[in-house]
Each structure stands twice: as C-alpha cells, then as structure tokens.
Design a protein around this ligand. Structure first.
Ligand code: NDP
Length: 455
C-alpha cells in the first residue's frame, strides 16, 4: 500500500470515527474537540497496528467508564435553600485509580468534565505513575460567596460524592475554583462521615497529609517543560519575555518560576482583562497578586492601582509582544486569530499550562507554523504528578522534603518532555510535541486495556 493511500484511508477512518463520537455525544462540543485532538494524531500511529483497531481501543477510550451526576443542596447566609448539580466522571481506570481535579465554576457541564477526564487519562499516563483519569465538579459559582457558604457547599458536595471515591478507587484534587480552602472543607467532611484518615483527596494542607510542592507543581512544571522545549531547540529561558494568562494557582506559579529562571513574566489576567508590566513582574508583585486572589479574592485590575509600572486593559493578553506564551486560565482562550497575532509578534514557543486553552485552529496554526507547541497534557502534568507523589506519601505515612520533591518534579517534567520527543521527533521538521504527547500517553493505557480483554 502506498504512503499516500495509507494517509487518505487514515483520514477516512478518522472522519468516520469522529462522526460516531459526535452522534453519541450530542451537545458536547468541548468533549468532541478533545477527542478529535487526540484521535487525529493516534490514527496515523495505529494505521499499521491492527490489534488496536480489532479491539476497538479508541472507541472504548472515548466512552467514560462511569458518569455520576447528583444534587447538591446547600443553604446561603440568608437561610435560602440553593441547589446546584455535581458530577464525577470516572473516565478510565486501566492503569490506576481514577485521578483528576474538581472544578467549581458556573460554566461546568458534562461536556467540559468529559473533555477534562478524557485528557486526564493521557496526562496521567505520561507522568509514569499508576493513575487513571477522572474529573469532577459543579456549576456552583464560588465568586462572591462567603467562607461559610463555600464551606456548606463543599460539605454538601462531599456528602454525596464520598460514597464514590476512595484512596484506591478515585482520588480527586483541586482545579478552577477549588484550592486549599475547598479541599480542606471536603477532606474534613469525608473524614467525619467515614471515620477514616486516608489519602482520598490531594492538594491537602501540609498539616493534614498534603505534599510540599503540590501548590507550586503545575505552574513550576509548565515552565520546566517550556525550558526543556527551548533547550531542545538550543535556546534558554534567560531573558525570554513570557505572556501568561490567568492569575490563579497555575498562572502565578508559572510567573514565579519564569522569574527564578531569568525570564520576564509580562502579563497576567482574569475574566475582567489583563495586566501588563513591561519590566516583567517582580516577586513582590507576584506575591501581591497571590494575596489578592487567594485571600482578598479581588480583581486583577486592582494591580494597576497598586503598582505604577503595571497597566490594565480589557480583553486577553495575546496582542502584547513577547517570545513565549503560557495560557494558564481556561479552555479555548486562544483562538486562530490570537495565534496569528502571537506568531506575527514573534512568539516562538507556546506552553499550554491550562487545559485545552488553544482552539483547534490555533493549535494547527502553531504546529504548521513551526512554533514549539507544548500541549496541556504534557505541560501541566506536573500538578497531577506531585498529586501522585502525595498519594505515595499518604500510603506510606511519610512526608518528603521540599528539595526531594522539587527534584522529582523537575525530573518528571524532563522525562515527559523526552517521551514527547521520542514519539514526536521528525527527520525533517521540529518536534511535534502534540503527536508525541498523545502517542506516548496512549500506548501505556491502550496496552493495559488490551491485557484486560474486552472490558
Ligand atoms: P484558579 O481558579 O486558581 O484560577 C483560574 C484563573 O483563570 C483565574 O485567574 C480566572 O479568572 C481565570 N479564568 C477562569 N475562567 C476564565 C474565563 N472564562 N476567561 C478568562 N479567565 C478565566 O485555577 P487554576 O489556576 O488551578 O487552573 C487554571 C487552568 O489550569 C485550568 O484550565 C485548570 O484545569 C488547569 N490545571 C490546573 C491544575 C492545578 O493544579 N490547579 C492542574 C492542571 C491543570 P476569574 O477569577 O476572573 O474567573
């Protein structure tokens, strides 16, 4: 069979496969988008590996093992009863217990959680640790709620979820809208209901079984990955001007690590707009933003009132001139137009620190345009990686030092980078990190599924 013929057959299979996925998942565009992104790189890889086709591996991988949806009633400070919906998507447990964060945001729905759970399966595989993929959350909006309201909501959420999770079954963590405060409330309620002190959640406070470096892991890991990509292409982090979106856990720690490695973090944002500092943010300014977001729960625009060399604008930061972009807020925050502007302004590397922040046409523009493009499942895997290490520490009832964990994180990101290069290297062009990450993540899960037979 000629190569061209194989290519056209692969395209035809992919198209037919996606028609099936879309038919089975109506009204779930984010989920279909995530499946397409993976399938478009896996189909060429498995073209000459019939065991994956014969065993319907990709079909089975695109179907969650279980989706749990439940009512979350809670009482606000005025004594009114409020009702939200909660979910846990237990996507794939082929290589370990389900593992993935919980998101509280008004936009949360089944499509978004399925896309996140699907992605998580490949990401967790890339870490090299025994973790399956899952994701959960609620359409609860924590913005503007008091501490007591958030506590009552978290307690109600876990009062239903506790029966579906466990240290060897499913181990949730934080995500958008779920940080240390929320994990504390949920762990406290789990312990109270079950009378067991076990590692059922990660991202816990250090005092009650949390791991050092977990808070920093996603943002730091993303910048380690960016550094690895630059070094692979004979460049360094020194002096790089980095555009970052978001101002939450991932964004602030990404900015901090840029600074530590001699780069200049130029922007941060939230859903109201972005702040720009031509000199690059200082550690003092980053600490101020962390306090603003974690304690005062204010808006990023306030940074421009506080610091003379910081400006605020509405919209996204992608029109600012820079060398690297690290989208760290949310899904689909970089579209095809943004990608063209970034490339025109000379951006040579994009590291997806948020989950699926780039729309498909932006991804295509970066990959086709020769930009070093690190996909989320590789770039932000440091967070779940250190969560996996938190699970190990909890099981062994030990706590590793910050230095040990920093080294483990740095090594893990290097190993993930090298796996992407192994599967994504091409003789003619730059490394295709997207294909490399998808294939490297796929192989381990697919081979485990083959071992189990038709389950
Ligand atoms: P946080 O809740 O700490 O911060 C989220 C940030 O993104 C906030 O600045 C928020 O602004 C902004 N944001 C959210 N929605 C939008 C929107 N629609 N438009 C513009 N800005 C928006 O979340 P994290 O930092 O933990 O997570 C950020 C991303 O990283 C997510 O995609 C998450 O899935 C991913 N991730 C997180 C991991 C972790 O360990 N925390 C691990 C792996 C991935 P505002 O306050 O205005 O909403």
């Amino acid at each position: 069979m000629s190569k061209a013929h194989t290519g056209s057959k692969t395209k035809e299979y992919l198209q037919r496969y996606m028609e099936g996925v879309e038919k089975r998942n109506p009204g779930q565009p984010e989920f279909c988008q995530a499946v397409y992104e993976v399938a478009s790189t896996i189909f060429p890889y498995i073209a000459d590996k019939p065991m994956y086709h014969e065993n319907q591996i990709l079909e089975r991988m695109a179907e969650p093992e279980r989706v749990i949806s439940f009512r979350v009633p809670w009482t606000d400070d005025e004594g009114r009863i409020r009702t939200n919906r909660g979910w846990r998507v237990q996507f794939n447990s082929a290589i370990g217990p389900y593992k993935g964060g919980i998101r509280f945001h008004p936009s949360v729905n089944e499509s978004i959680l399925k896309f996140l759970g699907f992605e998580q399966t490949f990401k967790n595989s890339l870490t090299g640790l025994p973790m399956g993929g899952g994701k959960g959350g609620s359409n609860f909006n924590p913005k503007g709620k008091t501490d007591n309201e958030v506590m009552r909501f978290c307690q109600s959420f876990i009062t239903e979820l506790y029966r579906h999770i466990g240290e060897d079954t499913d181990v949730p963590a934080g995500d958008i809208g779920v940080g240390g405060r929320e994990i504390g409330y949920m762990f406290g309620q789990y312990k109270r209901i079950t009378n067991r002190f076990v590692g059922v959640l990660t991202g816990k406070g250090i005092e009650f079984g949390g791991s050092k470096m977990r808070t920093e892991a996603t943002g730091y890991g993303a910048i380690f990955f960016l550094r690895n990509m630059l070094e692979q292409h004979k460049e360094s982090m020194e002096g790089q001007r980095v555009l970052i979106s978001g101002s939450g856990n991932v964004a602030t720690h990404a900015a901090e690590k840029c600074l530590q490695l001699g780069a200049k973090p130029l922007t941060l944002s939230d859903s109201g707009g972005f702040v720009y500092c031509a000199d690059g943010f200082t550690q003092e300014q980053i600490d101020w933003v962390k306090e603003l977001k974690n304690v005062r729960r204010g808006r990023i625009s306030e940074a421009a009132d506080e610091f003379k060399n910081i400006d605020f604008s509405e919209g996204r930061p992608w029109g600012v001139e820079g060398d690297c972009a690290v989208p760290s807020a949310t899904q689909n925050e970089v579209d095809g137009k943004d990608a063209k502007i970034l490339m025109k302004n000379g951006v040579k590397a994009v590291a997806e620190a948020a989950n699926m922040p780039c729309e498909q046409d932006a991804v295509d523009a970066f990959v086709d345009g020769g930009v070093m493009f690190g996909p989320a499942k590789a770039v932000n895997a440091g967070g779940v990686g250190v969560s996996g290490l938190e699970m190990s520490q909890n099981s062994a009832r030990i706590a590793w030092s910050e230095d040990e964990l920093r080294k483990l994180l740095e090594n893990m990101m290097k190993d993930i980078h090298d796996s992407c290069v192994q599967y994504g290297e091409s003789k003619s062009g730059p490394v295709n990190y997207l294909a490399g990450a998808n294939v490297a993540g796929f192989v381990k899960v697919a081979d485990a599924m083959l071992s189990y037979g038709h389950v």
